[in-house]
Structure formats: C-alpha cells, structure tokens
Design a protein around this ligand. Structure first.
Ligand code: ZN
Length: 413
C-alpha cells in the first residue's frame, strides 16, 4: 500500500534557508526550461523526447540525482499527457510551468529516495544531497548534506520513496510529502500498529475499544427517538388511507425523512469516530459480523431497533469508505459470544444481560457493549487490552456528536 507522510521543514538559520531556497528555485528553473523547450517542440510537431543538455547546467547546484529526478517527473507528466491525448474522452493540456512571470517561480522540488535520509526522534531532521557549487560556496564538506530540522511525525513507517518539497506561501512553510510503501497490516502479532474494535448495538449505536486503552460509546437514544416518532407518524398515515390504497405521497415523504435523519446521524457518527481513531494512529478497525447483533437475549424492542434502524450492511459500507479516506483497514470478525462472555472469569452460560449491563455470578458487572468491543479486539489482535481511562460517551444533538460531561456508564432508559 502506498501512503504519504506529510511534515514541515524548519530551517534553523538564515543560511540553511537560503541554501534550501536555492535548491528549490533551481529545481523550478530546470523544470520550467525543460517544459518550455518541450512545449515548443510539441507545438512545432517535433518529438519532445529529444530534449536534454540541462544536466550540466544544474548538476552543480542540485546534485546529479535531483537533476535526474526532476527530469524524470517531467517525463512522467508528458507521458501522462500523451496517454490522455490518445483518449477521445479527454482534452488534456501539455504540462505547465512551476510558477508564472508575475509571481515568479514556485519553490518546489523532488528528491530521489536514495538522496535523502530522515532521522525520527525528539530532534528529527532531514538531510538532502546538494551540488558541488553549493557545497563550495557555503563551506560544506565533500560528503556533507544539507541538514533541515523537521516538525511533525511520520504517520506511516515503511519503505521510503521519493520526497516532494514545496513552499506553501499561504502557511509560509516548507512542506514535505514523503511517499511510503507500507506492508499490509497483519491481524495478530502486529507490533506498533494500533487497532480498534467496534460493537454495533441497539441502545448504544457504537461501542469502541482501542489497543491503546480508550473506550467510546455513541448513545443512540436521540436518533432512535426521532426514528420511532417518524415511524409512528407513518403508521398513523397508513391507518388513515382508503381501503384500496397502500401508500401516499405523504407516507413516501415520511419514509424519506426517516432515512435521511438516520443516515445523517450514522454518517456523522462514523466520521467523528474514524477521525478520532485516525488521530490516535489506529491502522485497523475490526467490527463484528451480524451474528451477535441479533442475539436472542435481546428484547423485541432491541430487535426492532437493530433490524429497522441499523441498516447494518449499509453502515459497514459507509464505515469502509470513510476509513479508506484515512488509510485505515476495516475487517469483519465473528463476534459470537463476545457480548455474553465475562471478561473476568470467562463464563458464558451463566452471565446475565439486562439492557446495557452484563453481570456474572463471579461478581463482575460492566457495560455489555464495551465488554463486547473489548473482547472482539482481544480476539482479533490476540492481545490483552487494558482500558486506560473511563469511557467517553457521545450524544447526538441533531448536528454533531459531542462528548457528554461526567462520562458515567450506567444503563439508560
Ligand atoms: Zn465472571
């Protein structure tokens, strides 16, 4: 999987920044010359691949590797252009310039994977190769590289690919994008990859436990009440229909309203949760399959909620698409027994669930959905998870999910 690490460079002196700017500006100059030359040839009907001779001009500033790297990225841009040109569905323009006459060149470069090193620690730094002229001018040693302090942390660890450095004039910072190839996340024995498990429930929409010990509860009461209220209005409207008629515009509208409000709450929930998990560096999210959701230990009421409110598969699809945006893997695992097993003694048969509370003859009493998400996580990662803080409870206010003060876990309703 290819992922991108993003961080900023913080040159520690004016001289360092000056050298960096010269590298970025020379890169843009090379790009623009090559682009100008190729555009001329293209419009004259000549081959754009005949262009070279720029190497000598830039190698002593940029180093050979960076000069080649920029030429290669330019080649790729032209190749993509020609591919699109052959496709009748597109009307592409030839590659453009980095910057313009009025505002000057964009400060921008690409650094090949073997031309830089990054050390990640409390004083992280990037070192890049520069050309001999710059080394002479600024008194660098033969093999010395330009050293640039880094602000930020890598989100992904893996095989490092090329770097792109670009001056962001809005934020006034030198931003780096590092392409990284990460291995597929293994389910068990994974070191350093954090995971979370979700239990999709009836009263609590989602209970979540993470390998770093956080627990979240998204309370379904408000969205359920809205859902039920609209369901009652649908029933009323149906009762008033003439004998031959099965539906009406009003009923259809009520169904649409009911779905739209539910989808709004569920989508906002998934986004809130995934953003939270992404910020906590989670790389995998496990969710239970359906077997546990429609367990027979539930009341008729709970089953109504689970079956009609939760469009389960739709919700999982949505979860997957939000996670894809964040590069988080989603995996389904069997959640048989997870909601009924006592986390203290392992008892399954004699535990008792009343609403949200799971009790065991051994004396254990806890929130059933949290117990389930924790058990699911332990099963999936083959580890023991210890909650580090009290669970955070979230409430829906029709616009967003927000944490509720005094996050005491008690059965509600
Ligand atoms: Zn027990």
């Amino acid at each position: 999987m290819n992922r991108t690490n993003t961080f900023d460079l913080v040159p520690q002196s004016e001289t360092t920044e000056e050298i960096l700017v010269r590298v970025l500006d020379a890169s843009a100059s090379l790009w623009n010359q090559l682009t100008y030359d190729r555009r001329q040839r293209f419009f004259d009907g000549e081959s754009v691949w005949e262009c070279d001779g720029y190497y000598d001009e830039y190698v002593d500033v940029l180093s050979g590797a960076t000069t080649q790297q920029i030429a290669r990225v330019n080649d790729t841009a032209w190749r993509s252009f020609f591919e699109l040109l052959d496709d009748p569905a597109y009307d592409p323009s030839p590659p453009g310039y980095w910057g313009n006459r009025d505002e000057g060149r964009n400060l921008h470069t690409y650094i090949r994977d073997d031309s830089y090193t990054i050390r990640w620690n409390e004083r992280s730094r990037l070192e890049i190769r520069i050309g001999m002229d710059l080394k002479d001018e600024y008194g660098f040693g033969m093999y010395e590289r330009l050293r640039l302090p880094v602000r930020g942390n890598p989100k992904w660890r893996g095989d490092s690919g090329r770097l792109e450095i670009r001056y962001d004039s809005v934020e006034e910072t030198y931003r780096v994008h590092q392409s990284t190839t990460v291995e597929e996340i293994e389910t068990s024995e994974s070191n350093g990859s954090e995971a979370a498990a979700l239990d999709l429930g009836a009263n609590v929409l989602v209970a979540c436990t993470t390998t770093s010990g956080e627990q979240y509860l998204y309370n379904g009461q408000t969205p359920f009440e809205q859902f039920r209220e609209t369901t009652n209005r649908i029933a009323d409207a149906q009762a008033k229909l003439p004998d031959e008629q099965h539906t009406s515009q009003r009923i259809k509208r009520l169904y649409r309203t009911r779905s739209r409000r539910r989808d709004h709450a569920v989508n906002a929930l998934l986004r809130d949760l995934v953003e939270r998990l992404d910020a906590a560096s989670m790389t995998t999210i496990y969710h239970g399959d359906l077997t546990g959701v429609l367990g027979e230990y539930w009341s008729v009421e709970a089953n109504f909620k689970a079956r009609s409110f939760w469009a389960h598969q739709q919700c999982i699809d949505r979860l997957e698409s939000v996670c894809e945006e964040f590069g988080i893997d989603v995996e389904a695992i069997s959640e048989a027994w997870t909601s009924q097993t006592c986390p203290e003694c392992g008892e399954r048969e004699r535990t008792h669930r009343h609403r949200e509370t799971l009790t065991c003859p051994c004396g254990f009493e806890g929130h059933a959905d949290l117990v389930a998400s924790k058990a699911l996580l332990e099963q999936a990662t083959n580890t023991t998870v210890r909650p580090t803080a009290r669970p955070v409870r979230f409430q829906w206010d029709d616009h967003q999910w927000h944490p509720v003060e005094g996050t005491i876990v008690t059965p509600n309703e």
